[in-house]
Design a protein around this ligand. Structure first.
Ligand code: 3HC
Length: 295
């Protein structure tokens, strides 16, 4: 089937990035805010992000206006009813996602594709709650979505091969280089990346090195753009702990369980960059290591 109109539900960091990807490739896009409140600040954030591209000369004002013009910001879920592809990027909670898919099935066309941008939840479990299972798949983007080239297209047992083909084609149309992955907790990237970030946290807890030195080592020693602790802060520690718990639930390996420091930071609401504090303190420029953390 041809995808003409895309619906994205959940406009956090990832959802809004996916909206930008679809609209910049020319797709009419419905951007649905999943939590209460006005969509104005979200549109304002995208406007600001695109403004940075304009000031760098990577986009002109006219293209920015056209891109924004292709997006309908809304808080009404039913506005996705005539979309051909829906990507959910709401809270990482299986029951909430299942309930959303159930509601969506009652409004969308029989051919519309339903996908989840989940980091580590089971696409099969999401599919299980759906009437028409063959149109359900995973479409996993990476943060920042407009910049990162990869999308994982997740195929669960009942996903139709034609749906996988359509999604792969869609990824290419939005300038991504997709891989197809069978449904398995964490898919490829998060299955490898999560234990890596958690191991960085454990190195810190063991007193092996300081937070900045652990990050510096991986940046300068392996050419990573960010070290594991800065990356965890960038992704969001609430997201990282959910990734850890879901992978641990699946494999029961001690090294995938949440480290003590991660658990305490999340309990405190220190979720990384988005909350101003995590492994680093972002009130300083450049950010400095969070001095209240004990080894
Ligand atoms: N739209 C378009 N372009 C954007 C953009 C946006 N919203 N935000 C940034 N960019 C562009 C910038 O214009 C810049 O382009 P240029 O180099 O041509 O000028 C480029 O991206 C880099 O941006 P910055 O100069 O602002 O910042 P940095 O050079 O420090 O790079 C970074 C920032 C891209 C985040 C880099 O540090 C990086 O790649 N970090 C690793 C990110 C990563 O590993 N992500 C995956 C996380 S795992 C995940 O997401 C899975 C999930 O399930 C949790």
């Amino acid at each position: 089937m041809e995808i003409r109109k895309v619906g994205v539900i959940g406009l956090g960091q990832m959802g809004l990035g996916i909206v930008q990807c679809a609209a910049s490739a020319g797709f009419e896009t419905v951007a649905v805010k999943a939590t209460p409140g006005s969509t104005d600040p979200i549109r304002g954030k995208l406007d600001k992000d695109l403004g940075k591209l304009v000031s760098k000369g990577k986009m002109d004002e006219a293209a920015k206006g056209q891109l924004l013009g292709r997006i309908k910001f809304t808080a009404v879920e039913g506005d996705v009813k005539d979309c051909d592809l829906i990507v959910e990027s709401i809270v990482e909670d299986l029951d909430t996602k299942k309930a959303l898919f159930k509601r969506l099935e009652g409004m969308i066309s029989k051919d519309a594709i339903l996908t989840s941008n989940t980091s580590t939840l089971s696409i099969t479990a999401l599919m299980a709650g759906c009437e028409k299972k063959d149109r359900v798949a995973g479409l996993h983007f990476f943060n920042p979505a407009p910049v990162m080239k990869l999308v994982e297209v997740i195929q669960a047992f009942e996903t139709a091969p034609a749906v996988v083909d359509t999604l792969t084609g869609f990824c290419k149309k939005i300038g991504k280089d997709p891989v197809t992955v069978q449904d398995s907790t964490g898919f490829i990237v998060n299955r490898l990346l999560t234990p890596y970030m958690l191991s960085g946290m454990r190195l810190f807890e063991q007193g092996t090195a300081s937070i900045p030195d652990i990050d510096k080592a991986m940046m300068l020693g392996c050419n990573h753009p960010m070290g594991p602790l800065a990356l965890a802060d960038y992704i969001g520690l609430d997201v990282v702990i959910a990734m850890s718990k879901n992978i641990y639930d699946a494999d029961r390996q001690v090294f995938t369980s949440p480290p003590h420091t991660l658990t305490r930071l999340v309990e405190l609401g220190y979720l990384g960059r988005k909350s101003g504090k995590g492994f680093y303190d972002y009130s300083q420029n450049p950010p400095v290591a969070n001095t209240s953390l004990r080894k």
